[in-house]
Design a protein around this ligand. Structure first.
Ligand SMILES: NC(=O)c1ccc[n+]([C@@H]2O[C@H](COP(=O)([O-])OP(=O)(O)OC[C@H]3O[C@@H](n4cnc5c(N)ncnc54)[C@H](O)[C@@H]3O)[C@@H](O)[C@H]2O)c1
Length: 250
């Protein structure tokens, strides 16, 4: 068990990739804080983990609200006084042609995908430091490096997450906190299913993926496990493409 005895926080863990990460981490022995703005989903994931014999606790937290994040870390601090792993996963998108993007939609995307990541990375510092071997993993995306119609605002936030990851790796290294990013390609979740279920778009995306399929949430979770565990003890400031080779192609 590669995370035996470790304390891990996964934001946006009520669904999709975050849920997959929570499951894999719990199966590897971690005590997982399953955090989400949607408390019902978070509790459901905790129930699933408990049924399979893992340790998990649900914490409702909207990462775009400073007071929620403060309360979240307070709970973990009083229970453990440290945090070994943080997965900065909560994210959303609003599909819109950029020229029609409203200020409200831009703020909504930015407040979760970037401001939320910044807040968690900043306010979680002391607990990661207390671990003595902290690992912070940010969910970037292939879209940090590639363009697709109606995803410009989302791409901008993911590009910023990618840059933030490298900068924080340097700043947090003296405290033995490693900071890395995952850049998934396309995985069917609530975030993507409207697009992926369109057969024409699905075919176009798969044609551009050398492995000729979409990824699974478990495959992203396995990559997160690498960054979270001592298997990556000399890796910081890295971004791992988990995209079936999509970003390697033309
Ligand atoms: N699915 C993909 O193909 C893909 C590809 C690349 C990157 N990503 C990234 O992976 C992460 C997870 O995406 P997913 O596909 O699992 O999406 P999802 O929609 O299935 O799950 C996202 C979760 O985040 C939660 N959430 C939304 N806003 C929140 C907030 N303000 N505070 C806390 N939680 C909030 C939602 O309730 C949901 O449970 C995101 O950062 C996304 O950008 C996904």
């Amino acid at each position: 068990m590669r995370l035996q005895g470790r304390i891990a926080l996964v934001t946006g863990a009520g669904n999709g990739i975050g849920r997959g990460i929570a499951h894999v981490f719990a199966a590897e022995g971690a005590h997982v804080y399953v955090s989400d703005v949607d408390g019902v989903s978070a509790e459901k994931v905790v129930g699933e983990i408990s049924t399979s014999g893992g340790k998990a606790m649900a914490l409702v937290c909207d990462v775009s609200r400073g007071q929620d994040v403060t309360a979240l870390f307070r709970v973990i601090e009083s229970a453990h006084g440290k945090l070994d792993v943080i997965i900065n996963n909560a994210g959303l998108n609003v599909r819109e042609d950029f020229r029609h993007l409203s200020d409200a939609d831009w703020v909504k995307i930015r407040e979760v995908n970037l401001d939320g990541v910044v807040r968690i990375a900043r306010d979680g510092f002391e607990l990661l430091k207390a671990s003595g071997r902290g690992s912070l993993v940010n969910l970037a995306s292939i879209m940090a490096h590639r363009g697709l119609r109606q995803l410009a605002a989302y791409s901008a936030t993911k590009g910023a997450v990618s840059a933030l990851t490298r900068a924080l790796a340097v700043e947090y290294a003296p405290f033995n906190i490693r900071v890395n990013a995952l850049a998934p390609g396309f995985v069917e979740t609530n975030l993507t299913n409207r697009v992926i279920r369109n057969p024409m778009i699905a075919k176009a995306l798969i044609d551009q993926t050398p492995l000729r399929r979409f990824g699974s949430t478990e495959e992203i979770a396995r990559a997160a496990l690498f960054f979270a565990s001592d298997d990556s003890s000399f890796v910081t400031g890295a971004e791992l493409a988990v995209d079936g080779g999509m970003s390697a192609g033309l």
